[in-house]
Design a protein around this ligand. Structure first.
Ligand code: FAD
Ligand code: NAD
Length: 483
């Protein structure tokens, strides 16, 4: 470890490690400080690789295969005998993937000349041209002051806890606990019908839990396009997720090994009992131990580090990225911001396009979108035209037994410019990348109509949705609007 670097990155999650790698590529001397210990070992990769995106997707895949083997293979004439789940083996597979990826990040840092400092980083002083960062080693708690020309704060986020449902680590858990249940809970309660509630609720439901999801808001998936949210609500309900909207949990306590949950819907209270309860009501920026009191950094009222569009803080040469700052809490957003900050330090001028950040909810089918919803486009004053296409009329989807959901495009009726793409379909997360690329190139609906999409693919539904915006979808009867 040196005591002077060009750049010190605090936090080794997707935002921080990507920034550190890019800086290494550009020839800077870089330290990445990360304090995480995962299952007894210091670990890079942040929330995303250790307890977020990757382990949740590993469990979503295992549970999907289980459900498919149990309920779908028969349709193909395949018989399997009794299908059972070995939860320990499933978790072992998940851990293997996490280890492979976090180990890979450690190798990438090393290969790019980045020093991984295992411990806590605290910005002591960011005001002058020489920044001061305190490093407290995990190993022996020794403290060293490091100086750097630039600092990137990438400390991420942690789950929000609510006083009515205090975590006990066994029965009442957050998303991290819900990735490690040793057995399938018979009855599972979930507080929050957001991304985590739907993904992890789906995992355990597929494996056999009866799942009740409490959501305080009256509207389901308020951030999604209404048509997609409605379809999602319908499909998830059909799968067996019992989603209770407009219902607040007022108390949750452990009694005789069960969690007793009291909830309030329109003033009427009810009590139910669960083996486990997951609290997933959002995440908050994590800045404990990150900032010395007089380091000079400004925070917002919500405790985020205040930054501009280029992730610059109020202090020259100090940047902040990812979950620690405004915008959606998504790994790909953190990564792009990390890259932008480093390249700006290097004198280049990249800019993250916040209008084309994709959202994906990895249920089955997946729910994904990019750009404006129909409602948001109208609110912004656009004269809107939309087109949508049902997967029930897509040959590939039917051949795969996936004929559920729809793909929708939202456009400016005056200019024909694509403003958003929304999908609930098998592979929706990949499908909407077409919308992202089209929007980056300021494409029109006509551009999507004029391209040749391969047959049979799910992407054909993008083509048909674009055609449908002008009343000319081929595999749907459209008599109203024609061009
Ligand atoms: P983090 O990944 O949180 O990393 C920050 C790191 O900084 C942490 O490892 C922390 O230990 C370290 N740190 C904090 N303070 C200090 C300090 N003072 N000194 C040293 N180190 C410090 N996003 C997606 O895009 N797709 C998904 O599918 C997805 N799934 C998710 C599933 C779950 C269950 C959860 C919880 C999250 C999921 N997310 C997903 C969100 C995603 O994980 C985050 O948006 C992303 O990890 C943010 O990256 P980051 O680098 O800003 O912060
Ligand atoms: P979220 O914001 O997606 O959902 C939280 C939900 O809880 C909201 O619908 C909210 O109305 C509800 N809620 C809040 N307080 C409540 C209460 N007291 N009672 C009942 N309902 C309540 O948050 P999350 O699901 O915890 O996820 C956290 C973050 O992690 C998200 O911002 C998301 O971006 C990220 N994440 C992303 C992915 C992905 O990209 N696939 C997956 C998981 C997590």
């Amino acid at each position: 470890m040196k005591d002077n670097y060009d750049l010190v990155v605090i936090g080794g999650g997707p935002g921080g490690y990507e920034a550190a790698i890019r800086a290494g590529q550009l020839g800077m001397s870089v330290a990445c400080i990360e304090k995480r210990v995962y299952k007894g070992e210091p670990a890079l990769g942040g929330t995303c690789l250790n307890v977020g995106c990757i382990p949740s997707k590993a469990l979503l895949d295992s549970s999907h295969r289980f459900e498919s083997a149990k309920h779908e293979l028969g349709d193909h004439g395949i018989s399997t005998g009794e299908v059972t789940i070995d939860v320990a083996k499933m978790l072992e597979r998940k851990e293997g993937i996490v280890k492979q990826l976090t180990g890979g990040v450690a190798m990438l840092l090393k290969g790019n000349g980045v020093d991984w400092l295992q411990g806590w980083g605290t910005l002591l002083d960011g005001k002058g041209s020489e920044k001061k960062v305190k490093f407290t080693a995990l190993e022996d708690e020794s403290e060293t002051t490091i100086t750097a020309k630039y600092v990137i704060l990438a400390a991420g986020s942690v789950p929000i806890d609510i006083p009515v449902a205090k975590l006990d680590g066994e029965h009442i858990v957050d998303s991290t606990g819900a990735l490690d249940f040793a057995e399938v809970p018979k009855r599972l309660g979930v507080i929050g019908a957001g991304v985590i509630g739907l993904e992890l609720g789906s995992v355990w439901r597929r494996l056999g839990s009866e799942v009740v999801v409490y959501e305080a808001l009256p509207e389901f998936l308020a951030a999604a396009d209404k048509e997609i949210a409605k379809e999602a609500g319908k499909l998830l309900k059909k799968q067996g997720l019992d989603i209770r909207l407009n219902t607040k949990v007022t108390n949750a306590e452990v009694k005789d090994g069960q969690v007793a949950v009291t909830s309030d819907k329109d003033g009427s209270l009810s009590e139910e009992s669960f083996d486990k309860l997951i609290v997933c009501v959002g995440r908050r920026a994590y800045s404990e131990k990150l900032l010395a009191e007089d380091c000079g950094i400004k925070l917002t009222e919500r405790g985020l580090v205040e930054v501009d569009e280029q992730c610059k803080t109020n202090l020259d040469g100090v940047y902040a990225i990812g979950d620690l700052v405004r915008g959606p809490m998504l790994a790909h957003k953190a990564m792009e911001e990390g890259m932008m900050a480093v390249e700006r330090i290097h004198g280049e001028k990249p800019q993250v396009n916040y209008d084309t950040i994709i959202n994906v909810i990895y249920t089955h089918p997946e729910i994904a979108w990019v750009g404006l919803t129909e409602e948001a486009a109208k609110d912004q004053g656009y004269e809107v035209k939309t087109g949508s296409f049902s997967l029930a009329a897509n040959g590939r989807a039917l051949a795969q037994g996936e004929g559920q959901g729809l793909i929708k495009v939202v456009a400016d009726a005056k200019t024909d410019r694509l403003l958003g793409m929304h999908a609930i379909s098998v592979g929706a997360g990949d499908v909407v990348h077409q919308g992202m690329i089209a929007m980056e190139f300021v494409s029109s609906i006509e551009d999507l109509q004029l391209m040749t999409f391969a047959h049979p693919t799910i992407s054909e539904a993008v083509h048909e949705a674009a055609l449908s915006a002008d009343g000319r979808a081929i595999h749907a009867i459209q008599r109203k609007k024609r061009k």
